[in-house]
Ligand binder design. Structure first.
Ligand code: SAH
Length: 232
């Protein structure tokens, strides 16, 4: 079974969007993963297919109804669907490459995209949703976040990347940022490619890359060198 993604959204027209182009798009047309997009509004209430209401206790904005969302989730993923159910949410655990690897090795994901002020808290527990954040900032909706999550997973599916190796020495693998890259021309605006990369000594090149990666990580992301406990 290949990786299968189901997206629940109020804006199905946003998909496949960037997932339909380049690496993920090619892989989609080659059948290495599949994408199903479902409109939450199909489960809306009444003639107007209402999906949201005002927050209990008052305040600005609207909240996605738990009953509407639950019926959308139930229609998309029966109770025995083995795929993790994700709610894109700035309150969620920040997404890391280690979790992306786990997702990519699994059967796929069911991803709920929030809108407005968010979703009624009860559906999160009632449908066992794992909240995932893509960073400490607030988007207007979960759709761009869902695309980020799926993109990160899809590129790790075997056969998606041209060279399997290109997934190995990247940023965050081994808790390091990646070393710098260079290509032609050899000289550009007075800046040259480091000699060591042109010398052909692969052991030296490896050592240089490792040292650069460590230096960059210490300077920019010292937090990676003392990582928090792994995701469950
Ligand atoms: N009022 C909420 C923000 C709602 S933003 C709060 O303060 O926490 C609307 C929707 O966008 C959210 O329900 C979520 O699905 C999505 N979203 C916004 N920022 C996000 C982030 N950093 N990561 C993942 N999803 C996000």
């Amino acid at each position: 079974m290949s990786f299968s993604a189901t997206i629940l959204t109020l804006y199905p027209e946003m998909f496949p969007g960037l997932l339909g182009a380049s690496l993920s798009g090619d892989a989609l047309s080659r059948g290495l993963w599949s994408l199903e997009v479902r409109n939450i509004r199909d489960h809306g209430i009444g003639r107007h297919r209402t999906v949201d209401d005002t927050p209990a206790g008052g305040g600005v904005g609207m909240v996605l109804r738990c009953d509407v969302l639950a019926s959308a989730i139930d229609a998309a993923a029966p109770a025995d669907d083995p795929r993790p159910r994700i709610l894109m949410s700035p309150r969620g655990r920040p997404l890391r490459q280690s979790r992306v690897r786990e997702f990519a090795a699994g059967p796929g994901l069911v991803v709920v995209c929030g809108r407005f002020e968010g979703v009624d808290e009860r559906v999160i527990a009632g449908r066992n949703l794992e909240e995932v954040s893509i960073g400490d900032f607030v988007l207007s909706g979960g759709e761009p976040a869902a695309m980020v999550l799926i993109d990160a997973c899809v590129r790790l599916i075997p056969g998606v990347m041209g060279k399997e190796a290109s997934g190995q020495a990247e940023s965050f693998e081994g808790n390091l940022l990646e070393h710098p890259h260079y290509t032609r021309p050899r000289e550009w605006e007075g800046r040259s490619i480091p000699d060591i990369l042109l010398g052909g000594n692969h052991a030296l090149i490896e050592r240089w890359r490792r040292e650069e990666a460590e230096m960059l990580t210490r300077a920019r992301r010292p937090d990676l060198l003392s990582p928090p406990p792994r995701d469950p």
